[in-house]
Design a protein around this ligand. Structure first.
Ligand code: SER
Length: 339
């Protein structure tokens, strides 16, 4: 008998680390973790197996399926939006070909197991592309189908992978004589900028918020790379994990869509500065906008309409702004840098 496992790619990333902790602690899930960088020992200890490997390495997957029955996939590996602009073709390979490899694995596993394997995929507000600031200010909270004109390689990759997910879920080999009996049970959330107390993002364009908070906690000055009036939606990491877990639970028939916005709170960079200085009054925060990264954030919506997620699977965030700072960020960050 092959061991039943939940596969997590990008396991060493921000979402991956938080998800491993959650699944290991609360559900005692057997986790098969993959990341290009090795996991730290404590995180490794929470996994059934942790592999240092590349999602572009199809031989690796061939080996894995001979040893494991993969019952659920959280495909988190990706190059984020700023990083991807420096190496767009590499980003395309990792973000798109990597996802295709995982979808292929999922459909094969579905066939083997005689049921459709769940495939959880984090998409992003980067799939939106508002043409200018005036449009951004009147657009209000955007719906899933509006303004889908990504301007970054990362945003294009996420958008296309949502389509691939839909294809593998509903139309894979649709002309074959023996159509796919199960498909892949693809489910995706479009995340806003995520803020964790325990890790820092690398290569994202919403990084100014977490960087500002973590710098203040360490007594380091921070020059924010966007203007103070720059507003996008954000979410505390525990809510991001909750969104993935909550979306994984309903029966497929209860979900009207495959892709859902999830919102929590929306803040401008200036408001984040004010919130940070409430707790760290001496924090030295300045604004030195980088016109190119600014241009990217200016195309992202100020807020998202997540009414479909609320209606279909009962989405609601646990952490509003004050709870995010008071109960999650400030105490945990203080502990992290003072210990
Ligand atoms: N936070 C991501 C980024 O900045 C967007 O999903 O790239």
């Amino acid at each position: 008998m092959r061991k039943k496992v939940t596969l997590i790619t990008g396991a060493n990333g921000e979402i991956g680390q938080a998800l491993i902790k959650y699944l290991a602690e609360t559900q005692r899930t057997a986790i098969l973790a993959i990341d290009i960088r090795p996991l730290d020992a404590p995180l490794k200890a929470m996994c059934h197996t942790a592999i240092e490997g590349d999602i572009l390495d199809t031989r690796l997957f061939e080996r894995l399926v001979s040893e494991y029955a993969i019952t659920e996939i959280y495909h988190l590996a990706a190059l984020l939006s700023t990083r991807a602009e420096f190496t767009p073709e590499l980003a395309h390979r990792v973000n798109v070909q990597g996802t295709l490899n995982l979808l292929h694995l999922a459909i094969e596993q579905s066939r083997w197991q005689g049921r459709s394997v769940k495939f959880l995929f984090p998409s992003s507000i980067a799939v939106y592309g508002l043409p200018d600031l005036q449009t951004k200010s009147y657009a209000g909270p955007v719906k899933e189908y509006a303004w889908n004109m990504a301007t970054t390689m990362y945003g294009c990759n996420k958008m296309y992978c949502e389509h691939l997910g839909r294809y593998y879920a509903r139309y894979y080999r649709q002309l074959a004589a023996d159509p796919e009996p199960y498909g892949v049970d693809f489910r995706s959330v479009r995340f806003p900028g995520l803020i964790s107390a325990f890790t820092l993002p690398s290569g994202g364009t919403s990084d100014f918020a977490p960087e500002m908070i973590h710098s203040a906690a360490q007594g380091k000055p921070y020059a924010c790379f966007v203007r103070p009036d720059t507003r996008i939606p954000f979410m505390a990491m525990p809510d991001a994990i909750k969104a993935l877990i909550d979306l994984s639970k309903p029966e497929k028939s209860e979900l009207k869509h495959l892709v859902y916005n999830v919102g929590s709170f929306s803040l401008s960079a200036g408001e984040i500065k004010d919130a940070v200085q409430k707790y760290y009054p001496d924090a030295k925060i300045t604004f030195e906008p980088d016109p190119k990264r600014q241009q990217i954030v200016d195309t992202w919506p100020a807020d998202v309409d997540d009414s479909s997620a609320r209606k279909d699977w009962g989405w609601h965030p646990d952490y509003d702004v004050s709870r995010t700072f008071d109960e999650y960020l400030i105490p945990n960050i203080a502990q992290r840098y003072n210990s």
